[in-house]
Design a protein around this ligand. Structure first.
Ligand SMILES: Cc1ncc(COP(=O)(O)O)c(C=O)c1O
Length: 405
């Protein structure tokens, strides 16, 4: 389904938030995306018709819930071309990366002691690795960003060495919008037998992800940035690696046999899914994925790129605006600062015109420090945004600039 401005207006009607917040211009899709009616209905439907705990029930209602949950796992698995033992449900990307950071040392060989990240990581793909480095006496290294806000591949080549234990990189930056050449970096890491982890929190809703084709070892994303509900995330891991990792959380649901003294753990994926899972959220995430697939990720990213170019042009026309996003190969995130105006002022004044954007450090303090800015204003687009949304943004920004000058 090709998207143009007319179609984007139609698609917006699938999202009740806009009916219930008249005039809302939502340009903070990187923080969380809005939910289509099918996703909202799915949660309500589960509560009204299918609510029961899964696995433990030997009665019809529980079996119904289990069937729905298993179907959802299949859909989510296929979405990234994995197999069903390779998908671990977590709360979000952050939890998925923490799970890894607490367990991965089991599969790191002793002579390797470097963790390689990029200078553009979200705190969620930085802080857990800092903690692992402290616990295991490892060194953190960072692939540099070039002046055009893209990754320096030459620097990556130099920094991926025999000492590199793991390379954990963001697929698309939540601040810059840069889409990183993850396939090249994964292949460089493989040459040095380093583990590869992809933070796909921003990319999963815009770019088709095929874990087999990427050949990454692990990958994480969040349902709530993919039109799904809050509280469900995914960790993908290659089966042979997940089998070698120890469990992260212990308790019910992740065991085969328990005595007073010891326990035998369940097979994948249950080994990593202790306790009652977010059952209705998982089922709703599968509905979100079906909705996305009906439109088509290629159509989504084509329209978002068109919108991004339009937004970039509008901001450039306004003048005196510093832009911190690459013009090409961008996930449709535009970060900027009107000269002399703090991001928080920009965001709160835009809010007066019912325009929602994010401003601040955007969970990437070291990156902002590197860019030498205290704060940044970020517009992040989705396929239900329209040219009129961008026009309103430009008009409002123009007013703000006049006010400050
Ligand atoms: C690139 C990136 N990684 C990780 C995260 C963390 O996602 P969550 O808060 O859903 O765990 C975000 C959230 O904004 C993100 O943009």
């Amino acid at each position: 389904m090709e998207i143009d401005n007319k179609k984007a207006h139609e698609l917006k009607k699938d999202f009740p938030i806009f009916k219930n917040n008249k005039g809302l211009i939502y340009l903070d899709n990187a923080a969380t995306s809005q939910r289509p009616q099918v996703v909202i209905d799915s949660i309500k439907d589960f509560s009204e018709k299918n609510n029961a705990n899964i696995q433990r029930g030997l009665y019809t209602l529980s079996e119904k819930a289990m069937k729905k949950y298993n179907e959802a796992r299949k859909i989510i698995t296929k979405f990234i071309n994995a197999n069903e033992k390779e998908i671990i449900f977590t709360k979000n990307t952050t939890e998925a990366l923490n799970l890894l950071s607490y367990t991965i040392s089991e599969i790191i060989s002793k002579e390797k002691d470097e963790i390689l990240l990029t200078e553009m990581e979200h705190h969620s793909n930085l802080v857990p690795w800092q903690q692992l480095a402290k616990r295991n006496n490892m060194k953190l290294k960072f692939i540099k960003i070039k002046d055009d806000f893209t990754l320096d591949l030459e620097d990556a080549k130099n920094k991926i060495t025999d000492k590199t234990a793991l390379v954990s990189i963001v697929h698309a930056s939540n601040v810059l919008g840069t889409i990183n050449p993850i396939k090249e970096i994964i292949s460089l890491a493989k040459e040095k037998k380093a583990l590869t982890i992809i933070d796909a929190a921003q990319s999963a809703s815009h770019i088709k992800i095929d874990v087999k084709d990427l050949d990454c070892d692990f990958l994480a994303f969040s349902g709530h940035k993919l039109l799904g509900p809050i509280g469900i995330g995914v960790l993908y891991g290659k089966q042979e690696l997940l089998e070698k990792l120890p469990p992260f959380l212990f308790g019910g649901g992740m065991i085969k046999k328990v005595t007073y003294e010891d326990s035998e753990f369940a097979d994948l994926p249950e080994k990593f899914e202790a306790g009652t899972q977010n059952i209705s959220e998982t089922i709703a995430l599968a509905e979100a994925i079906k909705y996305v697939q009906e439109i088509g990720l290629e159509n989504i990213s084509k329209w978002e790129s068109e919108l991004f170019e339009y937004a970039l042009k509008k901001l450039e026309e306004l003048g005196d605006i510093e832009i911190y996003s690459p013009k090409k190969n961008n996930i449709s995130i535009l970060s900027f600062n009107p000269k002399g105006i703090h991001g928080h002022d920009v965001a709160s004044l835009l809010n007066e015109d019912n325009i929602a954007i994010r401003a601040g450090h955007n969970c990437a303090m070291p990156l902002l420090e590197k860019l030498n800015i205290p704060s940044v204003s970020r517009v992040s687009l989705a396929f239900y945004n329209t040219f009129e949304d961008i026009d309103s943004l430009a008009q409002s920004l123009s007013k703000i600039k006049t006010k400050f000058n």
